[in-house]
Design a protein around this ligand. Structure first.
Ligand SMILES: *Cc1c(COP(=O)(O)O)cnc(C)c1O
Length: 517
């Protein structure tokens, strides 16, 4: 069989429209972009291999030879590039403008990090290379681990989890393993009512029942409720500090003390570490395990579902259960421990195929080293300062549920100030798009009605913060003045208007089905 026949389908072999209906092509310069399957043609390819005379020995494929060609769309190279560039332009990005999503820490991704990650010695590595040829990469991992342990005050770190939520899973599985090893399997994990959705989801995935801890009127963990719910059945509590209302948990030491006295572990959700980095070490707050989202605090890109990293720092008690593989110093340099044996064999095993995301490790370490310890402390201070600047500028008009005192790294508003205007948080957020700004996080945390959670991060200038606040104040004045239509019909200038978010979440269409021809 000729290789050329393997890769191509023809129109007659695959039913589907060869080209998108012309009517869908651009208005102005905004392209309404069809799927690549709709744009491509199945009878052509963008690449030509000269395979004349080449034959494929079918026995090499162990019976896996294709019977029919795959239905892959064919486009020329410029058509392919333009398709993806047009798609990319329909996304908001931190490189386009301020991205005020609360809880997400959408800070600038320094170009220095990108330069470092693209060095051939990192970018071209293969995870199965002989260890002697990847000593530099292992050194980066070791150095990154050192920074993470130093900044958190924790003795161990598992680097391989690929996101915050994956780190939560790693942490809870380590806690479960430690309890089982103690002969004290427990059933329940406690999470505050303001917790990020991944916390209860992780606890459920790790096999625990989830019980909610109530919140006080000033937005913190209710100590009385925590004490009442702790008991010999509780494996762990999961607490974010500063919490998702942007408030420092003032009673954090007491929370840790009560938890440990009940024989439970304290899982810290480190997503908001940007407010504390260089200022507070989570170990000093009593944390036993905490994930760190490198794409939040340490400026690596929040890839569009792409590779990420959510390392988990662990206490000495939890460290033996850390997943493989991990880096150790051996007699011949750095080594990657793939399996553990004998006494040490308490590891969880693998959480992913290899060691984790090298590109993110390099970027995060470049960020840490370029800032230094003092620079990282200033990151936290400036992030908090910027959020308080926004809180101060908007508080006269927009209502803050926890108005008293300063906030940490994010400013939280609610919907109370919109009462009687006919405008909701959703309408307001959509109108922000028309004003040229990406909306803030909406309706989260769930404990605040119509929540608007704004996190500017430290990487915005005062001028940009003022532009943002001016735009919000202008919108607020319009809402108060009764210009409801402007809000209900927003966004008018986005390529797509209001999507059916419920259907999108419940019935996502993940597969392209060719139209009947
Ligand atoms: C972002 C976030 C998470 C989850 O992290 P991912 O990296 O998105 O998986 C967990 N908790 C809080 C509070 C967060 O903001």
């Amino acid at each position: 069989m000729s290789l050329q026949n393997v890769g191509r389908a023809t129109r007659s072999e695959y039913e589907g429209p060869a080209l998108a209906p012309e009517g869908r092509l651009g208005k102005g310069l905004l392209q309404d972009e069809p799927l690549i399957f709709e744009r491509g043609r199945f009878d052509m390819t963008g690449v030509d291999f000269d395979l004349e005379g080449e034959t494929l020995d079918e026995s090499d494929l162990a019976g896996l030879t294709r019977a029919s060609p795959p239905a892959l769309p064919g486009l020329s190279e410029p058509e392919t590039v333009r398709h993806y560039v047009r798609l990319s332009q329909r996304n908001h990005a931190i490189d386009l403008a301020l991205y005020p999503l609360g809880s997400c820490t959408m800070k600038h991704n320094p170009r220095l990090n990108e330069r470092m990650a693209r060095l051939a010695g990192f970018a071209d590595l293969h995870p199965l290379q002989p260890i002697s040829t990847v000593q530099g990469a292992l050194q980066v991992m070791d150095e990154l681990a050192h920074w993470l342990k130093t900044l958190t005050g924790m003795p161990a770190v598992a680097l391989s989890p690929k996101a915050g939520a994956h780190g939560e899973l790693c942490g809870l599985l380590a806690i479960r393993a430690a309890l089982v090893a103690r002969g004290d399997a427990r059933t329940t994990v406690l999470t505050p009512s303001s917790a990020h959705g991944t916390n209860p989801a992780t606890a459920a995935l790790a096999g625990y029942q989830v019980q909610e801890i109530a919140q006080t009127a000033d937005g913190r963990v209710d100590l009385g409720d925590l004490a009442a719910k702790l008991g010999p059945h509780v494996a762990a509590i999961m607490v974010t500090n500063p919490n998702t209302c942007g408030l420092f948990e003032r009673d954090i030491l007491e929370i840790a003390r009560l938890t440990h006295a009940a024989g439970a572990f304290f899982y810290g959700d480190g997503a908001n570490f940007n407010a504390l980095v260089g200022r507070v070490r989570p170990a000093d707050l009593g944390v036993d395990a905490m994930h760190i989202n490198l794409h939040k605090t340490f400026s690596t890109p929040h890839g569009g579902g792409g590779p990420g990293a959510g390392p988990v720092v662990l206490s000495a008690e939890l460290a033996p259960f850390a997943p493989t593989p991990f880096v150790v110093h051996g007699p011949n340099g750095l080594e990657l421990v793939e399996e553990t044996h004998g006494e040490a064999a308490q590891t969880l095993g693998r959480l992913c195929a290899f060691h984790g995301q090298m590109g993110m490790y390099v970027r995060a370490l470049a960020y840490m080293m370029s800032h230094g310890a003092d620079g990282l402390r200033q990151v936290a201070e400036d992030a908090v300062l910027n959020a308080n600047y926004i809180k101060a500028r908007l508080s006269g008009v927009m209502s803050a549920p926890f108005a008293e005192g300063p906030c940490m790294h994010e400013a939280l508003f609610d919907e109370t100030w919109l009462e009687g205007t006919g405008v909701t948080t959703l309408d307001f957020a959509k109108a922000m798009i028309d004003a040229g700004f990406h909306p803030m996080t909406m309706y989260f945390p769930l404990v605040v009605k119509g929540a608007m959670l704004i996190e500017p991060t430290e990487t915005e200038s005062r001028r940009e913060l003022d532009r943002f606040c001016d735009a919000l104040l202008e919108l607020a004045a319009a809402a108060k003045a009764g210009d409801v239509d402007r809000f209900k019909s927003a966004p008018r200038h986005a390529p797509l208007a209001r999507l059916d978010e419920t259907q999108a979440a419940r019935k996502p269409r993940l597969k392209w089905t060719p139209a009947e021809t």
